[in-house]
Design a protein around this ligand. Structure first.
Ligand code: SAM
Length: 361
């Protein structure tokens, strides 16, 4: 494929590590993934993300008029795709609490990359409303889905979601996703010391039997509300060891450069049986980070641990043309040198950070 003579956001064509044109940042990383937060609201209060003591009844979420409309999200997403983005992930907050989400999915599913390919479109949810929404989302063009589920044990799950939500309803939501043909289904598990280590093995056995892809996430120091301590992190190596002791594992090749999870396969399984660990604390992967984040209020964040976002809603609502928006985004990306997780140390712990639910996990 020939690189175009110019790319939006600057005059110089650039070729990224995957051989495709795309804007590169100061560390040579292309822009390939966009996480779109459609709301800062969530019906769960997981203590590691939105502790209810901080995000109680009085907490003021974004007023309606400050949240991007679906038309605005679609327009920005199209500009990002023009700059090299290949994968769109809808997230939040809890994306399924936003009204008429299938309408947005239908709009995003129509986007094509400059070489005519559909984008990889997916969504991350807590699964609580999937029974009602899985089919409409699939019909609108959603291809696959990730469901967050920290335990199969009802008491542990109810405690970890902060609102006493029963695990059976999320399991039913996962069944609905399967019935609707969403595939593959991935399951995100945050492991927190003293909370759900005992859930690791039951989740692994279950996901293997059900043909679901498990992703264990190290508990991260996102935001400033969760009172994160390094002692609460269960390292990815320990998770792999726990599972491997019962069901031997071997490392699998990364699917593509920039993939967040380290993947493992069961030695006596078939290729579909894999698990992954996202070791952003113990083995940071900033060098391969190709992700941008668009918050519900239209700010561009170039790192999960950013303190500052770049406003896109203002220029958008002031009438900026697509080329102007592409210039703006391309310039922000070209100046990007974030590598927070690699620099993480006690000295970074006091720094202000935006909460994960606000900028899109
Ligand atoms: N509400 C949706 C959900 O539950 O998946 C999407 C947003 S949520 C912020 C996205 C993911 O971030 C979830 O899998 C959640 O478990 C994870 N997450 C939130 N806070 C985290 C933390 N401190 N460390 C690691 N993962 C976290």
């Amino acid at each position: 494929m020939d690189a175009p003579a110019t790319l939006p956001g600057g005059p110089t064509p650039t070729t990224a590590f995957d051989g495709r044109p795309g804007r590169l940042d100061r560390l040579g990383r292309a822009i390939r993934d966009l996480r779109i937060s459609v709301t800062d609201r969530c019906n769960f209060r997981c203590p590691y993300c939105m502790p209810k003591e901080v995000f109680g009844r009085d907490f003021e979420f974004l007023p309606h008029d400050q949240v991007l409309t679906y038309e605005e999200i679609h327009r920005l997403a199209a500009v990002f795709v023009g700059l090299g983005v290949r994968k769109l992930r809808i997230t939040g907050g809890e994306p399924l609490v936003r009204r008429n989400l299938p309408d947005l999915v239908a709009m995003l599913a129509e986007l094509r990359t400059p070489d005519g390919a559909p984008t990889d479109l997916t969504l991350t949810t807590n699964g609580s409303a999937l029974r009602a929404l899985a089919r409409p989302l699939a019909d609108a063009g959603l291809q696959r889905i990730t469901v967050s589920l920290d335990s199969l044990d009802d008491a542990t799950f109810r405690r970890m979601n902060g609102v006493d939500f029963p695990v059976a309803r999320v399991l039913d939501g996962i069944a609905a996703a399967r019935e609707a043909g969403l595939a593959p289904i991935k399951i995100n598990v945050v492991v927190k010391r003293g909370e759900n280590e005992a859930s690791i093995l039951p989740l692994a056995r279950w996901a293997r039997a059900e043909g679901l892809i498990l992703r264990f996430i190290e508990y991260m120091d996102v935001g400033n509300a969760n009172g994160w301590r390094l002692d609460d992190v269960v390292p990815a190596a320990e998770i792999i060891e726990t599972i491997g002791a019962e069901m031997p594992l071997q490392p699998a090749e990364a699917g593509y450069r920039g993939e967040v999870a380290e993947r493992w396969r069961y030695v006596d399984g078939n290729d579909a049986n894999e698990i992954g660990v996202i070791a952003s604390v113990t083995r940071p992967f900033c060098g391969d980070c190709t992700r941008a984040r668009l918050s519900a209020e239209g700010k561009l964040y170039t790192c999960l641990f950013s303190a500052v976002g770049h406003d896109l809603r203002g220029p958008l609502r002031a009438g900026a043309a697509d080329a102007d928006l592409a210039d703006l985004i391309g310039t922000v990306w070209a100046g990007r040198d974030d590598r927070y997780s690699e620099l993480r140390a006690a000295s970074t712990n006091h720094l202000p950070r935006i909460e994960m639910f606000a900028l899109g996990g």
